[in-house]
Design a protein around this ligand. Structure first.
Ligand code: NDP
Length: 275
């Protein structure tokens, strides 16, 4: 490994399954950038030291995944506005020793996939997002920026959804609720932002949420349809999509921040689907 090449990586645990090295290798080739991007497993308690070691070793930037996004937020010496509100950082720019700029590209990744790739018009739509963990916190602000008629956040642990309602209600029409409080709204878009699919589970949602015009999106991605996607298909959703596009779009935004150039995403999403 050359000392001179700019180094990037995704830090997480587990991280072996990560598609980020593949995606960033595609971006680098496409834009003619010389860089190295690897997936690095970091042990609990070693995050801060691992970042410092990486910085000393020509590390220029990091993507951060589960379970370190909050720790990365705390470690960042400066943060973008969107990362500040999200309370989580998935992108670090390493400017020098203990000089880390933190950003969060998950939200823009989701909205770009929905609006640019899926050609979904979100303005004036009723959106339901299921889950209230770190990923959902990161996508609320960009979703509200698309000016939906309403954004409902439903979570198994109701209190966490109410907290998000409280934290984001200055930005738009947002409501938090439990799984037995969906009300009489006809949701146009249902986004699964829970980690239930990771363990092959399905959030306990009533089938009546789905109608023939419902667009369903699982932030999780897999080689096969997730339990949420199968459930939505079974109950007649108009369209059912997984989170590959979000993954590539959030990576593209990180790449743009690091390298000041805009990679092309469509071909990479297709290549990822063929893996
Ligand atoms: P967290 O651990 O922070 O949050 C997990 C959430 O899922 C909580 O709201 C939890 O509810 C809920 N949940 C877990 N199991 C169930 C279940 N069986 N039924 C109902 N609710 C459940 O995870 P993250 O927010 O970091 O990640 C969520 C998902 O988003 C993951 O699948 C991840 O892969 C995906 N993701 C995708 C990205 C992409 O680029 N495509 C980017 C980032 C994340 P409770 O509060 O009640 O425990």
């Amino acid at each position: 490994m050359s000392d001179k090449i700019d180094r990037y990586a995704v830090f997480g645990n587990p991280v072996e399954h990560s598609k980020s090295p593949f995606i960033h290798a595609c971006f680098a080739e496409q834009t003619g950038q010389q860089l190295e991007y690897t997936a690095e497993r970091v042990e609990a308690g070693d995050f801060e030291n691992a970042v410092a070691r990486f910085a000393e070793n020509n590390g220029k930037g990091l993507n951060i995944t589960v379970p370190f996004k909050q720790e990365a937020w705390r470690l960042a010496t400066r943060r973008s506005e969107r990362a500040e509100r999200a309370g989580a950082v998935n992108t670090l720019v390493i400017n020098g020793k203990n000089d880390y700029y933190g950003d969060n590209t998950d939200g823009i990744g989701l909205t770009r996939d929905l609006t640019n790739n899926q050609k979904l018009q979100l303005q004036d739509k009723n959106i339901l997002i299921v889950g209230a963990g770190g990923a959902v916190r990161g996508v609320i602000e960009p979703l509200l920026a698309t000016r939906p008629a309403s954004l409902t956040i439903a979570n198994r642990t109701r209190q966490k959804a109410l907290q998000l309602e409280h934290d984001f209600s200055d930005l738009g029409n947002v409501r938090g609720c439990g799984f037995d409080e969906f009300g009489s709204i006809d949701y146009d878009v249902i986004i699964n932002g829970t980690s239930a699919s990771l363990s092959g589970e399905l959030p306990a949602l009533p089938a009546t949420l789905i109608h023939e015009n419902t667009f369903c999106y699982d932030m999780m991605y897999a080689t096969e349809a997730t339990p949420f996607m199968r459930w939505a298909q079974l109950h007649g959703a108009k369209q059912v999509v997984d989170g590959k596009g979000m993954l590539v779009e959030q990576a593209a935004e990180s790449f743009r921040i690091w390298r000041s150039c805009e990679p092309e995403t469509a071909a990479v999403i297709e290549a990822l689907a063929r893996l």
